[in-house]
Design a binder for this molecule. Structure first.
Ligand SMILES: Nc1ncnc2c1ncn2[C@@H]1O[C@H](COP(=O)(O)OP(=O)(O)O)[C@@H](O)[C@H]1O
Length: 112
C-alpha cells in the first residue's frame, strides 16, 4: 500500500476531490495546513506596523491506495490541482506498512 500526500491550493480541493472520486477513490482525509515555499508570504499592516505573513494557507490531502494505483492517483492529483502558477504545491508517495478498517477489521486492499 502507498500513502499519497498532496499539499494543494485550498480553492482546488473540490476539483481534486471530484477527480479522485471519478477515478474510483472511495475515501480521502483533508487537513487545513499552512506552508511556505518559493511562493513566500505577504505583508499585512496592523496598528501602523507592517508584518510579514510567512505562511500561506494550504490543504493537505491524504489517500491510501494499492501499489498498482499509486502512479495514476498522483497523475490525477497533479492534473486536477494544477494552475501553472507558483504555489500549486507538491505530491509525494510513501510506503504504508499496514492499514486496518476499524469497523470490520479488514486489512490491506480490503481496507481502502
Ligand atoms: N519540501 C517541501 N516539503 C513539504 N511541503 C512543501 C515543500 N516545499 C513546498 N511545500 C509546500 O508546497 C507549497 C507550495 O510550494 P511553493 O514552493 O510555494 O510553490 P511551487 O511548488 O509552485 O514551487 C508550500 O506552501 C508548502 O506548503
Amino acid at each position: 500500500m502507498k500513502l499519497i500526500t498532496a499539499v494543494i491550493k485550498p480553492f482546488k480541493l473540490d476539483d481534486v476531490k471530484d477527480a479522485l472520486k471519478q477515478a474510483g477513490i472511495a475515501g480521502i482525509t483533508v487537513t487545513e495546513v499552512r506552508g511556505f515555499g518559493r511562493q513566500g508570504g505577504h505583508t499585512e499592516t496592523y496598528r501602523g506596523a507592517e508584518y510579514k505573513i510567512d505562511f500561506v494557507p494550504k490543504v493537505r490531502v491524504e489517500v491510501v491506495v494499492d501499489d498498482a494505483d499509486a502512479d495514476q492517483v498522483v497523475e490525477t492529483i497533479v492534473s486536477s490541482a494544477a494552475t501553472g502558477k507558483i504555489g500549486d504545491g507538491k505530491v509525494w508517495v510513501t510506503d504504508v506498512g499496514r492499514i486496518v478498517r476499524i469497523r470490520t477489521g479488514e486489512e490491506g486492499g480490503d481496507a481502502v
